[in-house]
Ligand binder design. Structure first.
Ligand SMILES: Nc1ncnc2c1ncn2[C@@H]1O[C@H](COP(=O)(O)OP(=O)(O)OP(=O)(O)O)[C@@H](O)[C@H]1O
Ligand SMILES: [Mg+2]
Length: 427
């Protein structure tokens, strides 16, 4: 690397600053150009130090890390701020992202996490052009990207086998996402398990209208109609509930499919919903059919779930092989391992990752919390956010946000969406 990555450390505790500096000194590509003990000090030093990356403690006395970040990014838009915070400060994190932070890490970060984040941030910094003191015209800032100016990100939760926890994850992820993004954000959960959907039960919803009422109107759908079908949950999430009975789902079985094999009506609904929300979480059935193909067509992130048991892992492998054969864009596919319990007989999650791909998170096994939530229709994230299973789902929500932040540049610059060739014909 010709130029070193110029890093500034902002933390009110001298010992933490020194530990971070020491960690960074092992990387020959990084140079710590300034250290500051407060937001005010950081702002005073930034014009001389002119860092590429700022490591910012979120909790600073006086001007806090969020306010300092907003000012720094405002002054020098190319500076990449990585926020450091203790675990569980999700509302702070959301505000940090809105203020323009590029990434965040939980304290204390491991050396690998820290160095990876700095290198990643620097790559983004490079893509943003030369670091001038005037804002670069037309260059989107994280803050504007987080406030809704574009269509929703669609995140699908899928497993080739039943009972793996897809609905549990979809329901709780939607709520975690709503909490993370705040009340201004619009989060929708769509239950595409058309015949036997149970999101309404998991959330104890009284649904008088369902997807079956929307299906006949795909040609003349509008926001007002959609509003009458959506069912609100107390968390703020809005739900498109699955048809009440398998017979009601027949309205989707008119044989109309896209070239890709996707169910035409369902795809049209998902695409319409995408215009109206910031995040759309999609729960799915398990068979690979026109419903899943519709979800694959529209998803920005397709999360495949497995528990650490051989038949499910095999199912996921077969499904991933299928996606590869169909030239599906694999960087949209991610893995989550659910029901991890090291005390029980199960395959080690690391072994699953080695055989397939790294998992976004490992969700621990917790029968008491998960079963109670399912039986009472009370999503576990509401009452048990601090349990390991709750924390893992919060982590999943933050990992998803990170994923989209990392692909933000590519998303903005990608002028052409990669299309799958005739997936339907192969099934
Ligand atoms: N991490 C977990 N630990 C323990 N139990 C879990 C966990 N995740 C889910 N469960 C339980 O497993 C059961 C199946 O979960 P869920 O309905 O979410 O799976 P699914 O894949 O959507 O199933 P379906 O095939 O019915 O669509 C539920 O009783 C749920 O409470
Ligand atoms: Mg389910």
């Amino acid at each position: 690397m010709a130029d070193k990555i110029r890093v500034m450390i902002v933390d009110d505790i001298a010992e933490t600053r020194e530990q971070l500096r020491k960690l960074l000194s092992f990387d020959p590509d990084i140079e710590v150009v300034a250290m500051a003990g407060s937001g005010e000090e950081a702002l005073g030093a930034i014009n001389q130090a002119f860092p590429d990356v700022v490591l910012m403690d979120i909790n600073l006395p006086g001007m806090d890390g969020i306010a300092t970040t907003a000012k720094i990014v405002d002054a020098i838009p190319t500076v990449q701020v990585i926020m450091l915070s203790v675990q569980g400060e999700t509302d702070y994190m959301r505000r940090a992202m809105m203020a323009g932070a590029r990434d965040y890490l939980t304290k204390p970060p491991s050396a690998d996490e820290l160095l990876d984040a700095i290198h990643r941030a620097y790559t983004m910094r490079q893509k943003m052009g030369t670091g001038t003191l005037t804002p670069i015209a037309g260059q989107p800032q994280v803050a504007t990207a987080m406030t809704r100016t574009t269509d929703a990100k669609i995140v699908t939760i899928y497993s080739p086998k039943g009972g793996t926890g897809c609905t549990t994850l979809a329901v709780n992820l939607a709520i975690a996402m709503q909490t993370l993004l705040g009340t201004d954000a619009k989060v929708c959960l769509v239950d595409t398990n058309l015949q036997f959907g149970d999101v309404a039960i998991f959330m104890r919803l009284q649904a008088t209208r369902t997807l079956a009422d929307l299906a006949p109107h795909v040609q003349d759908m509008d926001s007002d109609l959609l509003r009458t079908i959506l069912v609100p949950h107390t968390s703020g999430v809005q739900i498109l509930v699955a048809p009440a009975t398998p017979e009601d789902a027949e309205v989707f079985r008119d044989g109309k499919v896209e070239e890709s094999g996707a169910n035409t009506r369902l795809k049209a609904i998902l695409e319409f919903v995408q215009h109206e929300f910031d995040y759309v979480i999609v729960d799915t059935p398990h068979q690979v059919d026109d419903v899943i193909l519709a979800a694959l067509d529209v998803s920005d992130l397709f999360i495949v779930v497995t528990r650490p048991v051989i038949p499910e892992i095999r199912g996921v492998r077969q499904f991933i092989d299928l996606l590869r054969k169909l030239s599906y864009t694999m960087d949209k596919v991610s893995l989550v391992i659910n029901g991890v319990d090291n005390k029980r007989m199960g395959i080690q999650p690391e072994a699953i990752e080695r055989a397939m791909m790294p998992a976004m998170v490992h969700i621990p096994y917790d029968e008491r919390v998960a079963l109670r939530a399912a039986n009472y229709g009370e999503p576990l994230i509401l009452k048990n956010a601090r349990t390991p299973i709750g924390q893992a789902i919060v982590n999943l929500a933050t990992e998803i946000q990170k994923h989209f932040m990392q692909t933000l540049e590519e998303t903005v610059s990608a002028s052409e969406v990669q299309k799958r060739p005739g997936i339907g014909r192969l099934l």
